[in-house]
Design a protein around this ligand. Structure first.
Ligand code: ADP
Ligand code: MG
Length: 346
């Protein structure tokens, strides 16, 4: 169902993004491509694209969502990998026996690591890690570099926090484990207006529900082309009338988007006021660097050095809360904008 809230698994539930689907499929078939990066803002369909592609592909794969790990550590990651290796489809019985003997402690624990490598070499699964940037600083980057160098496994990484993902990949840092490994990249984008419309129409048709032209316009006006917000609206509209569903989706989405910003701010207690002033100003109006800096200084009645101001902008860009297009900074998420403008902060 198009309006199902979970990341999509089947092509029949997956709307549009055919080019991205085709590209990802072709990179998976291409023996030269070993590392694939899927990046895009939150809720633009990365996990869905990844899952639909993996399900369609004939290859064995392991999918780990960094958010499902008990702790963000290499150890926890390796345990999860081991656990998932067991359930890889089409694993030869002999291999499965070996895994089980390792797990039962028949082999001593040093062997565990060895077995993991043996298994990866023999099984050659695609290793897909969703929201990989969360594993920055855990040593998983070094593990992946070893997978890249010593096995034939392909690796797919997705990330919403584009700058953090870059630093996980060691972009611009020759000392980083993954530095210099060649990769192919796919970006997910918000839907264009007409596509958002077509998505809603298809979803409502599939659900056997009616929606008027005005209601469609209102939803697209409020939610823009973020497929995750459109899905949330459609899903709520299954059980209530579209106008109420839109109000609820916008409110719930604004709360969710703000809570993500809040987690970011919580880790930056000292500069919190400055970050907030910055995004609030951008919620009102997109601006160039100098205009924005002036506005923030006026708002806070304090001087901020150029370098410090640039650092603030870079952090917000890295985490995907703002974007920059031709020198103009803006908030890409209409519901984060709404949360800031209407103070829907929970
Ligand atoms: P991301 O991983 O970028 O945050 P998800 O794949 O989790 O995005 O998608 C966010 C929401 O949008 C989910 O509810 C998902 O079901 C829906 N969705 C994403 N892409 C599509 C698509 N191509 N067709 C239908 N629904 C989609
Ligand atoms: Mg996702």
């Amino acid at each position: 169902m198009l309006f199902d809230l979970k990341p999509k698994e089947k092509p029949s539930d997956f709307f549009n993004y055919q080019e991205e689907l085709r590209l990802l499929g072709s990179y998976l078939k291409d023996p030269q491509t070993r590392l694939i990066i899927l990046r895009g803002l939150r809720r633009t369909g990365k996990s869905s694209l990844l899952r639909v592609t993996l399900n369609k592909s004939a290859s064995k794969y392991i999918l780990i969502d960094a958010r499902e790990l008990a702790t963000l550590s290499r150890r926890s990651f390796e345990s999860k990998l081991f656990e998932k290796l067991k359930s890889v489809k089409g694993l030869p019985a002999a291999l499965l026996d070996r895994i089980e003997s390792v797990e039962a402690g028949v082999r001593i624990s040093v062997k565990r690591e060895e077995s993991l490598w043996e298994l990866l070499r023999e099984t050659k699964p695609i290793l897909a890690i969703d929201e990989a940037q969360m594993l920055r600083g855990t040593g998983v980057d070094a593990f992946l570099a070893a997978v890249f160098d010593n096995t034939d496994c392909k690796i797919i990484l997705t990330g919403s926090e584009v700058g953090v993902l870059d630093s996980f990949l060691g972009k611009d840092d020759p000392k980083a484990p993954l530095f210099g490994r060649m990769y192919k990249e796919i970006k997910t984008h918000p839907l264009a207006r007409e596509k958002s419309r077509a998505f809603l129409i298809s979803g409502f048709r599939e659900a056997g529900k009616r929606i008027s032209e005005e209601e469609l316009d209102a939803a697209i006006g409020e939610l823009d082309g973020i497929i995750g917000w459109l899905t949330m609206f459609g899903n709520l509209a299954l059980s209530t009338k579209p106008s109420t569903a839109l109000q609820r989706a916008a409110k719930q989405g604004a709360l969710l988007a703000y809570s993500e910003l809040r987690s970011f701010l919580d880790g930056r207690a000292q500069a919190k006021g400055r970050y907030l002033a910055l995004v609030r100003i951008l919620a009102h109006k997109s601006m160039r660097w100098s205009e924005l800096k002036r506005a923030v200084q006026i708002e806070l009645r304090e001087e901020i050095s150029d370098s410090q101001f640039t650092n603030y902008l870079h952090s917000l860009l890295d985490y995907g809360f703002i974007v920059e297009k031709e020198g103009i900074y803006e908030l890409p998420d209409p519901l984060l904008k709404k949360a800031l403008l209407e103070e829907i902060t929970g």
